[in-house]
Design a protein around this ligand. Structure first.
Ligand code: NAD
Length: 491
């Protein structure tokens, strides 16, 4: 059993209470690590450490170029340990090693990109329209940022927050999900080795109500960047509103993946499968609603079902496994409930629809890849984020019908369009209410491309230059170069 400590103020510490909790391996369903169970007292220490690092320490005085250098060094160390990090992520959340390794080998690019941006954050000299005045702006960090991450992609989502925020000169308290805390602590080990001053990044482990809640409500926290479910997301938004804090929210979706009859169907089948069976569907960007043109509905569902039936499930540490278990027992139960509701409301379950009990799945929390055909957009299946390998197929007549169904959702995170008609796909990309539109592809992300949601899917953007701007504020500096005129008139 691995025994982890938290990372606060550059020290490896137990929780103030001395309590721990177990992290379970979703394949064996057994505990593999002990994680410190933080509380309010630990939050107090971590925020104090982050505030001291921001206000008084070496970090504040460090040149932006040196800050960027530290981020690039962190990228090198991350790259060195990519295999170890992938293995731990797989042990902790059950995602297949081929997927986690793909992520850990790519994530260093985020540190290189944002490290490179650190010393390109510039203010401007403004040709101000006032006599005898020199005016300029400074782009300044916000202060202490709270980064709160979920269990589905713990390492990737932590990097999406830390890399731009550190490039901008902020300090952090990172709180990973209680289900998957290990890789955030491994990341802290690399942050220490890279030479970041103590307190710049603190990693605090524990439960949402015991650690997350006091963290988001601490008045010294200037910004909260949160990825997770809608319930906790609303609490974060309320705490941010009460405390006038900046906030970035990524709250999931019910994304439409729209297949027209003029699509390359073989490609579309792979794209639809990537969108809902990759990572066992535990993706905020999951293409969980397949909108299928009626003229090809039966042919497409039949070919898709044949393809999906070949998916290899089993030990996520086996490099040939394509679908692992789902990450947590509550999530496993929630998915089964979603499937049951779908059956009860009359959608036609044409594949899967139950827990997978193949010998290669052992005791793990596996769900069979599930396809519901002939659903409608008002069903629970089409409105609620199930966050598992459950595809809901809804037929449509034409482009207008597809747009109406696609946009009839409280969410707006991602979408996919499959068609060979250039006019059609460009029109669709304009009309879809979603932060990302993938055309003839699905499930691709880059440090260069903004990611975020329309409507209830969230606020703000991660990745790309926009992400750094979200961790900065602008200060206007006026320098009078002449005599003060009449003091009673606003100039
Ligand atoms: P969650 O929203 O409860 O937890 C996400 C993070 O928020 C965790 O670190 C958690 O400890 C923290 N948190 C919880 N309550 C908090 C509070 N009051 N204050 C501050 N932080 C708090 O998500 P979950 O339990 O991991 O999953 C719940 C549902 O959310 C899932 O079933 C799934 O449908 C959805 N989900 C969405 C995403 C996404 O990427 N959008 C990711 C994971 C889960």
């Amino acid at each position: 059993m691995k025994n982890y400590k938290m990372y606060i103020g550059g020290e490896w510490v137990d929780s103030a209470s001395g309590e721990t909790f177990e992290s379970l391996n979703p394949f064996t369903t057994e505990a593999w690590a002990l994680i410190p169970r933080g509380n309010k007292e630990d939050v107090e220490k971590a925020v104090t450490a982050a505030q001291n690092a921001f206000e008084n320490g070496e970090w504040r005085k460090m040149s932006a170029s040196k800050r960027g250098g530290l981020l690039r060094k962190l990228g090198d160390l991350f790259s060195r340990d990519a295999e170890l990090l992938a293995r731990i992520e797989t042990l902790d959340n059950g995602k297949p090693i081929s997927d986690t390794l793909g992520q850990t080998r790519y994530l260093p690019e985020y540190f290189y990109y944002f490290g490179g941006l650190a010393d390109k954050i510039e203010g401007t000299i403004v040709p101000v329209d006032k006599a005898e005045m020199f005016a300029f702006t400074r782009r300044e960090p916000l202060g202490v940022c709270a980064a709160i991450t979920p269990w589905n992609s713990p390492l990737m989502l932590a990097v999406w927050k830390l890399a731009p925020g550190l490039a901008a000169g902020n300090t952090f308290v990172l709180k990973p999900s209680e289900y998957t805390s290990a890789t955030a602590l491994e990341l802290a080990r690399l942050i220490e080795e890279a030479g970041f001053p103590p307190g710049v990044v603190n990693v605090l482990t524990g439960f949402g109500s015991e650690v997350g809640d006091p963290l988001i409500n601490d008045p010294r926290v200037a910004k909260i960047s949160f990825t997770g479910g809608p319930v906790a997301g609303k609490r974060v938004a309320e705490a941010a509103a009460r405390g006038s804090k900046r906030v970035t929210l990524e709250l999931g979706g019910k994304s439409p993946n729209i297949v027209f009859d003029d699509a390359d169907l073989d490609n579309a089948i792979k794209g639809v499968a990537a969108g809902i069976f990759g990572a066992s569907g535990q993706m905020c960007i999951a293409g969980s609603r397949l909108l299928i043109q009626k003229s090809i509905q039966e042919e497409f569902i039949s070919k898709l079902s044949s393809f999906v039936s070949t998916i290899k499930m089993g030990d996520p540490l086996d490099p040939t496994t394509q679908m692992g278990p789902v990450a947590t027992k509550p999530q496993f139960e929630k998915i089964l409930e979603g499937i049951k509701a779908g059956k009860e409301e009359g959608a036609n379950c044409v594949l899967g629809g139950k827990a997978a009990e193949f010998p290669e799945c052992g005791k793990g929390w596996f769900i069979e890849p599930t396809i519901f055909n002939n659903a409608n957009n008002q069903m629970h299946l089409a409105r609620e984020e199930i966050f598992g390998p459950v595809l809901t197929c809804i037929p449509f007549e034409d482009e207008n019908d597809a747009i109406t169904i696609a946009n009839d959702s409280p969410y707006g995170l991602a979408s996919g369009v499959w068609s060979q008609n250039i006019n059609r796909v460009l029109k669709m990309s304009e009309r879809l209410q979603a932060g990302t539109v993938w055309i003839n592809t699905y499930r691709v992300a880059s440090y260069l491309m903004p990611a975020g949601g329309y409507k209830e899917s969230g606020l703000g953007r991660e990745n790309g230059i926009d992400a750094v701007n979200d961790y900065l504020q602008t200060k206007s500096v006026w320098v009078g170069t002449g005599e003060m005129p009449d003091p009673f008139i606003l100039r």
